[in-house]
Design a protein around this ligand. Structure first.
Ligand SMILES: *Cc1c(COP(=O)(O)O)cnc(C)c1O
Length: 453
């Protein structure tokens, strides 16, 4: 009997097909040849394992469609079924319809740095400056590239030569390579560590500023919780320490709520911290604010102005697209319509209605052993660690790794969660309008042959 792998076409022959020649002209030889070669190798492996040979036409169409997709969208839109509302790997907060419209409108030429009335040069962050001060009660506010950038800029501009006091309990890693000690050093200031991992007192901070430290930094424990024999000073105590020494108190809030919300019980509210006397707060735009990636510095006018004028500010500035999206997101808070932002909609959906949706999804997928399950969703993005939102979803039968990959690589791409070796799709993070797409994705993943790539 001849080797069944011979039934798989040769690369050389495929390269002479007119549609392949056309695809090479459009996408370049390298990407088309690599995609075909990979598909042929997979076919040979599948055939060797006893599978059937894919028709040449089918294979070529499938591979070229994938090459098209990849070059059309470098970023693939995905359905977030992880149950993590602010998923950093999936781009954190989804934008509101208004923010997307504003971002699209800003894609052309806009009055970014020109006052249309006078024709004079204007400030680039004008559209967000006033809303941010109104929403936080700050004297002034400034928006930059992201939360990490806002912190580095604040430290560079405000910490001075005496170094910045930080509790040993807050020398944390926020994610990736973002570690507070490294950030402080990269901002060109000295780290003055005080206290211990579990307990730091106001008197520890006081001793450090009396010995010459020129700023106080507090870092919100975003992604972890410490319980037991722990102590950290109150905001009022730190405000008093910083005031009496005449040094700025920089409070890195992480998420930074613009208004209290029951779904985020332990998260600081920017306006409350500033009202309590903190000199400046820094927080992210795409965490619990529910907007685009951005970092906000808000507080005393003279300090914010120093940040704005620091040479580093230029390197961290926001682009027009995100400025427009941030302004539109802030406008929702100003209209008292923040509940309509995708993030807060997801957070507010009633567990009973999620269960209903899960049941409908399972039913629409037929009797494929799909089970409705109770789940716990989380805010994510390093917000309210430990706090969960009751949720519901569906669990799929079958090998978790393979199913998860099929969901991720399908159209639309769906990112699930794996719980106890089962693929689980949490509906809290899936917009109701995407339920149909989710059903189609589940059907495709649970019926695709096991050897399909
Ligand atoms: C998330 C976070 C940051 C970084 O913010 P990005 O917007 O991700 O750059 C800084 N500090 C704290 C406490 C955070 O939680």
């Amino acid at each position: 009997m001849s080797d069944p792998r011979r039934a798989v076409p040769a690369l050389g022959r495929l390269l002479t097909r007119p549609e392949v020649v056309e695809a090479i002209a459009e996408h370049g030889r390298e990407s088309v040849v690599t995609a075909l070669r990979t598909a042929l190798e997979e076919s040979r492996r599948a055939v060797a394992a006893g599978g059937s040979v894919e028709e040449e036409d089918v294979l070529v169409t499938r591979v070229l469609a994938a090459v098209d997709d990849r070059s059309a969208a470098q970023l693939t839109s995905v359905v977030n079924a992880t149950g993590v509302l602010l998923h950093t790997n999936l781009g954190r907060a989804p934008l509101s319809v208004e923010a997307v419209a504003a971002l699209t409108a800003a894609a052309g030429t806009v009055d970014l740095e020109i006052d249309l009335d006078t024709g004079e040069r204007g400030g680039r962050d004008a559209p967000v400056r006033d809303p941010l001060t109104r929403l936080t009660g700050a004297e002034a506010a400034f928006a930059v590239n992201n939360g990490a950038g806002a912190l580095v800029l604040a430290l560079t501009a405000l910490a001075g030569s005496g170094g910045v006091v930080v509790s040993r309990g807050e020398l944390v890693e926020i994610g990736g390579s973002f570690r507070i000690p490294d950030i402080v050093r990269s901002a060109g200031t000295e780290l003055v560590e005080v206290g211990t991992t579990n307990r730091t007192h106001a008197r520890d901070y006081r001793a450090a500023v009396e010995a010459g430290a020129s700023a106080v930094l507090r870092v919100h424990p975003s992604n972890f919780r410490m319980d037991g024999f722990v102590h950290r000073p109150t905001t009022a105590e730190l405000v008093e320490v910083a005031r009496s020494a005449g040094v700025p108190f920089i409070d890195d809030l992480g998420s930074g709520l613009l208004r209290p919300h029951p779904a985020a019980p332990d998260e600081p509210v920017a306006a409350e911290r500033l009202a309590a006397g903190v000199s400046v707060v820094v927080f992210s735009g795409d965490k619990l604010l529910g907007g685009p990636q951005a970092g906000i510095i808000a507080g005393e006018a003279a300090l914010v102005e120093r940040c704005r004028r620091a040479p580093l500010a230029r390197a961290l500035r926001l682009d027009k697209l995100r400025l427009a999206a941030l302004a539109a997101t802030l406008a929702a808070y100003e209209r008292d319509a923040a509940d309509g932002l995708p993030l807060w909609r997801m957070a507010a959906e009633d567990a009973g209605s999620l269960r209903e949706r899960a049941r409908a999804v399972a039913e629409a997928c037929g009797d494929a052993g799909i089970e409705v399950v109770e789940l716990q969703a989380v805010l994510g993005g390093g917000s309210s660690p430990g706090a969960t939102l009751p949720s519901a979803g569906v669990a799929l039968p079958g090998p978790a790794d393979r199913l998860a990959r099929q969901l991720r690589t399908g159209t639309p791409a769906v990112v699930p969660r794996i719980v106890d070796d089962r693929v689980v799709l949490d509906l809290r993070t899936v917009p109701p309008a995407a339920d149909e797409q989710l059903i189609a994705a589940i059907r495709a993943a649970t019926t695709r042959p096991p050897d399909a790539p």
